[in-house]
Every structure is written in structure tokens, then in C-alpha cells.
Design a protein around this ligand. Structure first.
Ligand SMILES: [Zn+2]
Length: 301
């Protein structure tokens, strides 16, 4: 089994939601190891987010320093949580990540095109919305963005995704989440913006191959970690091509990225797909050690 967690933004230190996801993935990994199955358990950090850049600006430290410090705090969860991950990928530091993202970009070039775009952007979600405020509760007005971006022909993959998810070849659990994804895809898929101006990204992130004025959308970059980190000799073939049990553990807030965008990217690139996506909810209250009243807790991002 190849099991992954999502890779969190490292604009701040870890919170309980991150622990939840790591422990869930760990349970699955340990279960399969004890049954004698070979397991690779991978986690990491999403370093290339604009959110990280803004947090570093607010703290008055270089971005590389802030993401390095926070990523180390995430990796150090291994000790106190007793989790058994085999690999931790940092997207700004892993030696194979950038080249791997560029390769996928080139493999999907037949589905990429440029278009002028105007929209309302939430930096907290790293996502465009039709109207504000942010439905996930990030404070402040959404940012109006008007620029020329690269778009991915997600619309082309609607029928393929319905077939894969509907047939269970791409399994989504629990069933309520599978139905949510099927309804979303069946309602029609629009093409998605997969780059932003390097100026808006503050020069942080992976430049678009052949178009250095644009940076690859952080979600595209982050999703690729599930394959780019398989860079040891033979690892990609072993864990992504031949492995029959490839599971992504994800929070409910990022289900569309994992169950719609990522499989479409892989189909476009001509690569194998994950076999299952297990979706968890959020922890909404935390009980402090001093026995005081529960505090509200956020989502995993
Ligand atoms: Zn938001």
C-alpha cells in the first residue's frame, strides 16, 4: 500500500487537525504492515504557497527561512505522535520535485492554453470564488485578480471522471463524499486556472516552463508531490505504476482538488491514478489540558 496525507501549508505551526490526518494515515500504514504488506507512507509540506510568502512578510523574515522552520516543526511531529511515515517531502527543497512538476506540465501541454482571467481570490484557500466572503471563513475581502493565466482543460475529463468514480475504480469514502463529488462533476466542469503572475506570487514557486512571467498554481505543484517524491531508483514504478492500493487521506475541504483536479491531471499526463481517496472531517473543538472550556478549532488549513 502507498498511503499519503495531504501536504499542509507551512505558514504556521501544526495544529490538532494536522495530527488527526497524520494519525489516520499512520493507522492504515501500521495495519497493512502488520498484515505483511509492503507499505510506503508519505507526508510532507506545501512550501510554495502564497500564504507562506504573506506570513513571512508579516513576520519580517525571508520566505525560505519561515517555511524551513515551520516544515521542521511538522516533520518533528513524528516523535510526539509516534507516526511511522517513510518519507517527508518539502516541495521547495526536495531535489526531484521541481523537475517532476515541470515534466507533468509538459505531459499535459495538450490541455493547457492561455486566457485572460478576472476573479476573486482567497489567499487563505489559494482558490478563486464567484463572490465573497470566503465560504471557508477566511477573514477580509477577497482579492480582485485580473491577469493572463494558463488554463487546464478540466472540462474534457468530465465523462472519464464520472466513469472512474461511479464504477469504484477510483474509490471515494465515505459514500456521502463520493456522492458529493459525483454531483459536482455531473453538474459540469469548467476549465481551471493553473498559473498566476510571478509578480503576484512574489517570485516564489515554480516558474511555468517557457513562460517565466508565470508561476505554476500552488495546488498543481502540491498535488504532484504524490509522484515527484517517488524519486529513488525504481520507486515510481513500484509505488505508482504497479502498486494496486494507492490511498490519499484528505480533509473534506480539499476533496475537489484530490478527486477531480488530480485525477484529471494524471489522465491528461497519461499516468496511472490513485485507487482510493479517504475523506475526513474537521476537529471543531479542542479541550485544553487545564480542564477549561472547549475552544473552537479550525479546519486543517
Ligand atoms: Zn478562504
Amino acid at each position: 500500500m502507498y498511503v499519503t496525507t495531504t501536504i499542509p501549508y507551512v505558514n504556521a505551526r501544526p495544529h490538532l487537525g494536522h495530527a488527526l490526518e497524520l494519525v489516520q494515515a499512520d493507522v492504515l500504514a501500521r495495519h497493512h504492515r502488520r498484515r505483511g504488506a509492503p507499505v510506503r507512507f508519505q507526508t510532507g509540506s506545501d512550501d510554495n504557497s502564497l500564504k507562506n510568502v504573506l506570513a513571512a512578510e508579516a513576520a519580517g523574515v525571508p520566505v525560505r527561512e519561515l517555511v524551513g522552520r515551520n516544515a521542521a516543526a511538522f516533520e518533528a511531529l513524528r516523535g510526539p505522535l509516534g507516526v511511522s511515515f517513510d518519507a517527508f517531502i518539502r516541495t521547495s527543497a526536495h531535489p526531484a520535485h521541481r523537475a517532476g512538476v515541470e515534466r507533468i506540465w509538459k505531459e499535459t501541454a495538450h490541455d493547457l492554453y492561455q486566457r485572460h482571467y478576472e476573479g476573486l481570490y482567497c489567499v487563505g484557500c489559494e482558490q478563486f470564488y464567484q463572490e465573497g466572503p470566503c465560504p471557508d471563513g477566511h477573514p477580509g475581502p477577497l482579492q480582485t485578480v485580473s491577469e493572463q493565466n494558463w488554463f487546464f482543460r478540466l472540462s474534457r475529463y468530465q465523462d472519464a471522471l464520472l466513469g472512474l468514480i461511479g464504477s469504484g475504480r477510483l474509490r471515494i469514502e465515505p459514500a456521502a463524499r463520493r456522492n458529493e463529488v459525483l454531483a459536482f462533476v455531473a453538474a459540469g466542469l469548467s476549465d481551471i486556472s493553473v498559473s498566476r503572475s510571478a509578480a503576484r506570487a512574489r517570485g516564489w514557486g515554480i516558474p511555468v516552463p517557457g513562460d517565466p512571467g508565470q508561476v505554476i498554481y500552488v495546488w498543481w505543484d502540491a498535488l504532484a508531490n504524490y509522484v515527484t517524491a517517488l524519486d529513488e531508483p525504481g520507486a515510481y514504478g513500484r509505488w505508482w505504476v504497479r502498486e494496486q492500493d494507492k490511498v490519499h487521506i484528505v480533509g473534506k475541504g480539499v476533496i475537489r482538488f484530490h478527486a477531480v483536479h488530480w485525477p484529471a491531471m494524471l489522465l491528461s499526463a497519461g499516468r496511472p491514478l490513485p485507487t482510493a481517496i479517504f475523506v475526513h472531517d474537521y476537529i471543531t473543538a479542542a479541550f485544553p489540558a487545564d480542564g477549561g472550556p472547549p475552544r473552537g478549532g479550525g479546519g486543517r488549513r
